[in-house]
Design a protein around this ligand. Structure first.
Ligand code: SAH
Length: 345
Protein backbone atom coordinates (compact mmCIF):
# COMPACT_ATOMS: atom_id res chain seq x y z
CA UNK A 1 0.00 0.00 0.00
CA UNK A 2 1.24 3.44 -0.95
CA UNK A 3 0.45 6.87 0.43
CA UNK A 4 -1.28 8.67 -2.43
CA UNK A 5 -0.10 12.00 -0.99
CA UNK A 6 3.43 11.05 -2.06
CA UNK A 7 2.36 11.07 -5.70
CA UNK A 8 2.74 13.98 -8.12
CA UNK A 9 0.15 14.49 -10.83
CA UNK A 10 2.41 12.97 -13.48
CA UNK A 11 3.04 9.92 -11.33
CA UNK A 12 -0.65 9.40 -10.63
CA UNK A 13 -1.50 9.87 -14.31
CA UNK A 14 1.01 7.16 -15.14
CA UNK A 15 -0.49 4.89 -12.52
CA UNK A 16 -3.98 5.42 -13.98
CA UNK A 17 -2.73 4.53 -17.45
CA UNK A 18 -0.89 1.47 -16.20
CA UNK A 19 -4.11 0.36 -14.54
CA UNK A 20 -6.40 0.79 -17.50
CA UNK A 21 -7.90 4.12 -16.48
CA UNK A 22 -7.94 7.49 -18.22
CA UNK A 23 -5.11 9.81 -17.21
CA UNK A 24 -7.68 12.54 -16.43
CA UNK A 25 -8.78 10.50 -13.42
CA UNK A 26 -5.61 11.55 -11.61
CA UNK A 27 -6.66 15.18 -11.47
CA UNK A 28 -10.16 14.25 -10.34
CA UNK A 29 -8.80 12.24 -7.44
CA UNK A 30 -6.41 15.03 -6.48
CA UNK A 31 -9.19 17.59 -6.54
CA UNK A 32 -11.19 15.50 -4.11
CA UNK A 33 -8.23 15.16 -1.80
CA UNK A 34 -6.76 18.65 -1.89
CA UNK A 35 -9.60 20.98 -2.84
CA UNK A 36 -12.66 19.25 -1.40
CA UNK A 37 -10.88 17.63 1.55
CA UNK A 38 -12.52 14.27 0.91
CA UNK A 39 -10.25 11.64 2.40
CA UNK A 40 -12.01 8.43 1.52
CA UNK A 41 -12.07 6.99 -2.02
CA UNK A 42 -15.69 5.77 -1.55
CA UNK A 43 -16.89 9.35 -1.23
CA UNK A 44 -15.41 10.43 -4.56
CA UNK A 45 -18.73 10.35 -6.37
CA UNK A 46 -17.54 10.83 -9.93
CA UNK A 47 -15.32 7.73 -9.92
CA UNK A 48 -16.45 4.29 -11.05
CA UNK A 49 -16.87 1.50 -8.52
CA UNK A 50 -14.05 -0.44 -10.12
CA UNK A 51 -11.63 2.50 -9.91
CA UNK A 52 -12.57 3.04 -6.27
CA UNK A 53 -11.78 -0.56 -5.52
CA UNK A 54 -8.47 -0.38 -7.42
CA UNK A 55 -7.55 2.72 -5.45
CA UNK A 56 -8.47 1.06 -2.18
CA UNK A 57 -6.36 -1.96 -3.05
CA UNK A 58 -3.28 0.12 -3.82
CA UNK A 59 -3.39 3.35 -1.86
CA UNK A 60 -4.20 4.91 1.43
CA UNK A 61 -4.71 8.64 1.99
CA UNK A 62 -2.06 9.36 4.60
CA UNK A 63 -3.78 11.92 6.78
CA UNK A 64 -2.21 11.80 10.24
CA UNK A 65 -4.24 11.22 13.34
CA UNK A 66 -4.62 14.22 15.64
CA UNK A 67 -3.21 12.97 18.93
CA UNK A 68 -3.33 16.21 20.84
CA UNK A 69 -4.13 19.87 20.27
CA UNK A 70 -2.91 22.45 22.75
CA UNK A 71 -4.12 25.98 22.44
CA UNK A 72 -2.21 28.88 23.85
CA UNK A 73 -4.07 30.98 26.40
CA UNK A 74 -1.94 33.96 25.50
CA UNK A 75 -2.32 34.14 21.73
CA UNK A 76 -3.86 32.47 18.73
CA UNK A 77 -1.31 29.62 18.52
CA UNK A 78 -2.11 25.94 18.61
CA UNK A 79 0.38 23.16 18.74
CA UNK A 80 -0.74 19.90 17.19
CA UNK A 81 0.72 16.50 17.84
CA UNK A 82 0.17 14.14 14.91
CA UNK A 83 0.34 10.37 14.76
CA UNK A 84 1.80 8.74 11.64
CA UNK A 85 0.89 5.33 10.24
CA UNK A 86 3.98 3.67 11.76
CA UNK A 87 3.24 5.01 15.23
CA UNK A 88 5.73 7.87 15.20
CA UNK A 89 4.50 11.27 16.34
CA UNK A 90 5.43 14.66 14.94
CA UNK A 91 4.40 18.18 15.76
CA UNK A 92 3.26 21.27 13.92
CA UNK A 93 2.26 24.74 15.07
CA UNK A 94 -0.71 26.71 13.73
CA UNK A 95 -0.72 30.48 13.98
CA UNK A 96 -3.53 32.85 13.08
CA UNK A 97 -2.39 36.28 11.97
CA UNK A 98 -4.40 39.20 10.62
CA UNK A 99 -2.89 38.62 7.19
CA UNK A 100 -3.72 34.91 7.12
CA UNK A 101 -2.93 31.58 8.70
CA UNK A 102 0.54 30.14 9.05
CA UNK A 103 1.82 26.72 9.88
CA UNK A 104 5.21 25.58 11.07
CA UNK A 105 5.82 21.98 10.00
CA UNK A 106 8.33 19.20 10.64
CA UNK A 107 10.49 17.53 8.00
CA UNK A 108 11.92 14.63 10.04
CA UNK A 109 10.98 12.58 13.08
CA UNK A 110 13.55 14.01 15.48
CA UNK A 111 16.76 15.57 14.18
CA UNK A 112 20.45 14.69 14.14
CA UNK A 113 21.97 18.16 13.98
CA UNK A 114 22.52 18.37 17.72
CA UNK A 115 22.01 22.11 18.31
CA UNK A 116 22.46 22.48 22.02
CA UNK A 117 19.40 24.61 22.82
CA UNK A 118 16.97 22.53 20.77
CA UNK A 119 14.63 19.85 22.11
CA UNK A 120 14.04 18.14 18.74
CA UNK A 121 17.51 16.74 18.59
CA UNK A 122 17.86 15.33 22.10
CA UNK A 123 17.06 11.79 21.03
CA UNK A 124 18.53 12.01 17.55
CA UNK A 125 16.83 11.39 14.24
CA UNK A 126 14.35 8.53 13.87
CA UNK A 127 13.56 8.85 10.17
CA UNK A 128 12.86 11.22 7.32
CA UNK A 129 9.29 12.24 6.57
CA UNK A 130 8.02 11.53 3.07
CA UNK A 131 6.79 14.39 0.87
CA UNK A 132 3.19 13.35 1.57
CA UNK A 133 3.77 13.28 5.31
CA UNK A 134 5.18 16.79 5.20
CA UNK A 135 2.22 17.92 3.09
CA UNK A 136 -0.40 16.23 5.26
CA UNK A 137 0.51 18.47 8.21
CA UNK A 138 -0.86 21.43 6.25
CA UNK A 139 -3.95 19.48 5.18
CA UNK A 140 -4.87 18.54 8.72
CA UNK A 141 -3.99 22.07 9.86
CA UNK A 142 -6.54 23.51 7.43
CA UNK A 143 -9.13 21.07 8.66
CA UNK A 144 -8.51 22.06 12.28
CA UNK A 145 -8.63 25.79 11.50
CA UNK A 146 -11.57 25.31 9.12
CA UNK A 147 -9.75 27.83 7.00
CA UNK A 148 -7.07 28.06 4.36
CA UNK A 149 -3.41 28.21 5.33
CA UNK A 150 -1.49 30.74 3.27
CA UNK A 151 1.98 30.64 4.80
CA UNK A 152 4.20 27.68 5.50
CA UNK A 153 7.47 27.60 7.39
CA UNK A 154 9.70 24.54 7.46
CA UNK A 155 10.91 25.28 10.96
CA UNK A 156 9.51 22.42 12.98
CA UNK A 157 11.53 19.37 13.96
CA UNK A 158 14.18 18.17 11.58
CA UNK A 159 16.71 19.61 9.17
CA UNK A 160 15.04 20.09 5.75
CA UNK A 161 18.38 19.83 3.91
CA UNK A 162 19.07 16.49 5.60
CA UNK A 163 15.94 15.22 3.81
CA UNK A 164 16.52 17.11 0.58
CA UNK A 165 14.74 14.99 -2.04
CA UNK A 166 11.53 14.56 -0.07
CA UNK A 167 11.48 18.24 0.80
CA UNK A 168 11.94 19.16 -2.89
CA UNK A 169 9.06 16.91 -3.83
CA UNK A 170 6.96 18.44 -1.06
CA UNK A 171 7.71 21.91 -2.46
CA UNK A 172 6.44 20.80 -5.84
CA UNK A 173 3.23 19.36 -4.41
CA UNK A 174 2.42 22.20 -2.04
CA UNK A 175 2.84 24.74 -4.80
CA UNK A 176 1.01 22.85 -7.57
CA UNK A 177 -2.38 24.16 -8.69
CA UNK A 178 -3.73 20.63 -8.45
CA UNK A 179 -2.34 20.44 -4.91
CA UNK A 180 -2.54 22.97 -2.10
CA UNK A 181 -1.66 25.85 -4.41
CA UNK A 182 0.41 27.78 -1.88
CA UNK A 183 2.74 30.29 -3.54
CA UNK A 184 6.49 29.75 -3.30
CA UNK A 185 6.91 33.22 -1.87
CA UNK A 186 4.75 32.16 1.03
CA UNK A 187 7.05 29.30 1.96
CA UNK A 188 10.15 29.59 4.14
CA UNK A 189 12.75 26.88 4.51
CA UNK A 190 14.97 27.10 7.57
CA UNK A 191 18.33 25.35 7.69
CA UNK A 192 21.21 25.15 10.14
CA UNK A 193 23.43 25.84 7.12
CA UNK A 194 24.30 22.79 5.03
CA UNK A 195 26.25 24.71 2.41
CA UNK A 196 26.13 22.46 -0.70
CA UNK A 197 22.35 22.19 -0.37
CA UNK A 198 21.97 25.98 -0.36
CA UNK A 199 23.61 26.00 -3.81
CA UNK A 200 21.45 23.12 -4.93
CA UNK A 201 18.26 24.89 -3.85
CA UNK A 202 19.38 28.10 -5.53
CA UNK A 203 19.79 26.21 -8.80
CA UNK A 204 16.21 24.92 -8.64
CA UNK A 205 15.00 28.39 -9.59
CA UNK A 206 12.32 28.55 -6.91
CA UNK A 207 11.13 31.66 -5.14
CA UNK A 208 11.00 30.34 -1.62
CA UNK A 209 12.50 32.26 1.30
CA UNK A 210 15.70 30.83 2.70
CA UNK A 211 16.26 31.21 6.43
CA UNK A 212 19.61 30.40 8.00
CA UNK A 213 19.97 29.56 11.66
CA UNK A 214 23.08 31.57 12.42
CA UNK A 215 22.89 32.22 16.18
CA UNK A 216 26.49 33.47 16.42
CA UNK A 217 28.78 35.87 14.59
CA UNK A 218 31.96 33.78 14.74
CA UNK A 219 32.74 30.16 13.96
CA UNK A 220 34.27 29.71 17.36
CA UNK A 221 31.12 30.85 19.15
CA UNK A 222 28.86 29.01 16.76
CA UNK A 223 30.70 25.75 17.34
CA UNK A 224 29.83 25.96 21.03
CA UNK A 225 26.12 25.77 20.30
CA UNK A 226 25.83 24.16 16.85
CA UNK A 227 27.85 21.06 15.87
CA UNK A 228 27.24 21.79 12.17
CA UNK A 229 29.61 24.74 12.58
CA UNK A 230 32.47 22.22 12.71
CA UNK A 231 31.66 21.30 9.15
CA UNK A 232 30.86 24.62 7.48
CA UNK A 233 32.29 28.02 8.20
CA UNK A 234 30.18 31.16 8.40
CA UNK A 235 32.10 32.56 5.45
CA UNK A 236 31.06 29.59 3.32
CA UNK A 237 27.44 30.00 4.43
CA UNK A 238 27.45 33.69 3.51
CA UNK A 239 29.01 32.97 0.12
CA UNK A 240 26.25 30.44 -0.52
CA UNK A 241 23.65 33.01 0.59
CA UNK A 242 25.09 35.54 -1.87
CA UNK A 243 24.70 32.96 -4.59
CA UNK A 244 21.11 32.28 -3.47
CA UNK A 245 20.30 36.00 -3.58
CA UNK A 246 21.93 36.41 -6.98
CA UNK A 247 19.95 33.50 -8.42
CA UNK A 248 16.58 34.23 -6.82
CA UNK A 249 16.60 37.92 -5.96
CA UNK A 250 15.12 36.93 -2.64
CA UNK A 251 16.04 38.44 0.69
CA UNK A 252 17.59 35.88 3.02
CA UNK A 253 16.55 35.64 6.67
CA UNK A 254 19.05 34.99 9.44
CA UNK A 255 17.61 33.51 12.59
CA UNK A 256 19.39 34.42 15.76
CA UNK A 257 18.14 32.88 19.01
CA UNK A 258 19.23 35.09 21.86
CA UNK A 259 20.61 33.22 24.84
CA UNK A 260 21.51 35.03 28.03
CA UNK A 261 25.28 35.53 28.43
CA UNK A 262 26.06 33.33 25.42
CA UNK A 263 25.40 35.42 22.32
CA UNK A 264 23.45 38.49 23.46
CA UNK A 265 26.09 41.11 24.30
CA UNK A 266 26.48 44.47 22.59
CA UNK A 267 29.75 43.21 21.12
CA UNK A 268 27.89 40.27 19.61
CA UNK A 269 25.37 42.68 18.09
CA UNK A 270 28.10 44.89 16.62
CA UNK A 271 30.06 41.99 15.20
CA UNK A 272 26.90 40.50 13.71
CA UNK A 273 26.10 43.85 12.07
CA UNK A 274 29.59 44.02 10.55
CA UNK A 275 29.22 40.51 9.25
CA UNK A 276 25.88 41.10 7.53
CA UNK A 277 26.31 44.70 6.40
CA UNK A 278 25.38 45.18 2.77
CA UNK A 279 23.79 41.76 2.33
CA UNK A 280 20.16 41.60 1.13
CA UNK A 281 18.96 40.14 4.38
CA UNK A 282 16.89 40.44 7.45
CA UNK A 283 17.63 39.25 10.97
CA UNK A 284 14.97 37.55 13.02
CA UNK A 285 15.81 37.65 16.70
CA UNK A 286 14.23 34.81 18.67
CA UNK A 287 14.21 34.97 22.46
CA UNK A 288 15.37 31.44 23.26
CA UNK A 289 12.59 29.14 24.37
CA UNK A 290 13.79 27.65 27.60
CA UNK A 291 13.95 23.87 27.52
CA UNK A 292 14.32 22.10 30.82
CA UNK A 293 16.97 19.66 29.55
CA UNK A 294 19.54 22.43 29.20
CA UNK A 295 20.55 25.54 31.05
CA UNK A 296 20.07 28.13 28.36
CA UNK A 297 18.26 31.16 29.65
CA UNK A 298 16.32 33.83 27.84
CA UNK A 299 17.87 37.29 27.52
CA UNK A 300 16.06 40.12 29.27
CA UNK A 301 13.63 42.32 27.35
CA UNK A 302 16.06 45.23 27.62
CA UNK A 303 18.98 43.18 26.27
CA UNK A 304 16.85 42.06 23.32
CA UNK A 305 15.80 45.64 22.56
CA UNK A 306 19.38 46.90 22.80
CA UNK A 307 20.57 44.11 20.53
CA UNK A 308 17.92 44.94 17.93
CA UNK A 309 18.72 48.66 18.10
CA UNK A 310 22.40 48.10 17.47
CA UNK A 311 21.59 46.13 14.32
CA UNK A 312 19.19 48.85 13.18
CA UNK A 313 21.79 51.55 13.76
CA UNK A 314 24.20 49.68 11.54
CA UNK A 315 21.52 49.50 8.85
CA UNK A 316 20.71 45.82 9.25
CA UNK A 317 17.00 45.05 9.04
CA UNK A 318 15.76 43.29 12.12
CA UNK A 319 12.58 42.02 13.74
CA UNK A 320 12.06 40.37 17.10
CA UNK A 321 9.95 37.27 16.81
CA UNK A 322 6.80 37.51 18.83
CA UNK A 323 6.90 34.86 21.47
CA UNK A 324 3.93 32.85 20.46
CA UNK A 325 2.81 29.79 22.31
CA UNK A 326 5.53 29.86 24.95
CA UNK A 327 2.94 28.47 27.39
CA UNK A 328 2.29 25.42 25.23
CA UNK A 329 5.78 24.04 24.70
CA UNK A 330 5.91 25.52 21.22
CA UNK A 331 9.70 25.32 20.98
CA UNK A 332 10.96 22.80 18.47
CA UNK A 333 10.36 19.27 19.64
CA UNK A 334 9.19 20.03 23.13
CA UNK A 335 5.66 18.72 22.79
CA UNK A 336 6.66 15.49 21.06
CA UNK A 337 9.28 14.84 23.66
CA UNK A 338 6.91 15.37 26.57
CA UNK A 339 4.37 13.11 24.89
CA UNK A 340 6.83 10.28 24.31
CA UNK A 341 8.03 10.53 27.88
CA UNK A 342 4.47 10.42 29.24
CA UNK A 343 3.72 7.32 27.14
CA UNK A 344 6.76 5.41 28.35
CA UNK A 345 6.00 5.91 32.04
N1 SAH B 1 16.81 22.49 11.29
C1 SAH B 1 16.33 23.74 10.81
C2 SAH B 1 14.88 24.04 11.11
C3 SAH B 1 14.30 23.71 12.44
S1 SAH B 1 14.64 24.69 13.83
C4 SAH B 1 17.22 24.85 11.31
O1 SAH B 1 18.16 24.59 12.04
O2 SAH B 1 17.01 25.99 10.92
C5 SAH B 1 13.86 26.25 13.61
C6 SAH B 1 14.57 27.37 14.35
O3 SAH B 1 14.34 27.35 15.76
C7 SAH B 1 16.08 27.31 14.18
O4 SAH B 1 16.58 28.60 13.97
C8 SAH B 1 16.52 26.76 15.51
O5 SAH B 1 17.86 27.04 15.73
C9 SAH B 1 15.57 27.44 16.45
N2 SAH B 1 15.40 26.82 17.76
C10 SAH B 1 15.39 25.51 18.09
N3 SAH B 1 15.19 25.35 19.42
C11 SAH B 1 15.06 26.58 19.92
C12 SAH B 1 14.83 27.07 21.24
N4 SAH B 1 14.73 26.27 22.29
N5 SAH B 1 14.73 28.41 21.38
C13 SAH B 1 14.84 29.24 20.32
N6 SAH B 1 15.07 28.84 19.08
C14 SAH B 1 15.18 27.52 18.87
Amino acid sequence: MKNILDFSLTELQQWMKDNGEGAFRAKQVMEWIYKKEIWSFEDMTNLSKSLISKLNNNFYIGIPEVVEVSKSEKDDTQKILLGLKDGNVIEAVLMRYKHGNSICISTQVGCRMGCRFCASTLEGMVRNLTAGEILSQIMIGQKILEDRISNVVLMGSGEPFDNFDNVMKFLLLVNADYGLNIGQRHITLSTCGIVPKIYELADKGMQITLAISLHAFSDEKRREIMPIANKYMIKEILDACRYYIEKTNRRVTFEYSLVKDINDSKEDAKALSQLLKGLLCHVNLIPVNEVKENNFKKSSKKTIEDFANILKNYGVEVTVRREMGSDINAACGQLRRNYIKSQSK
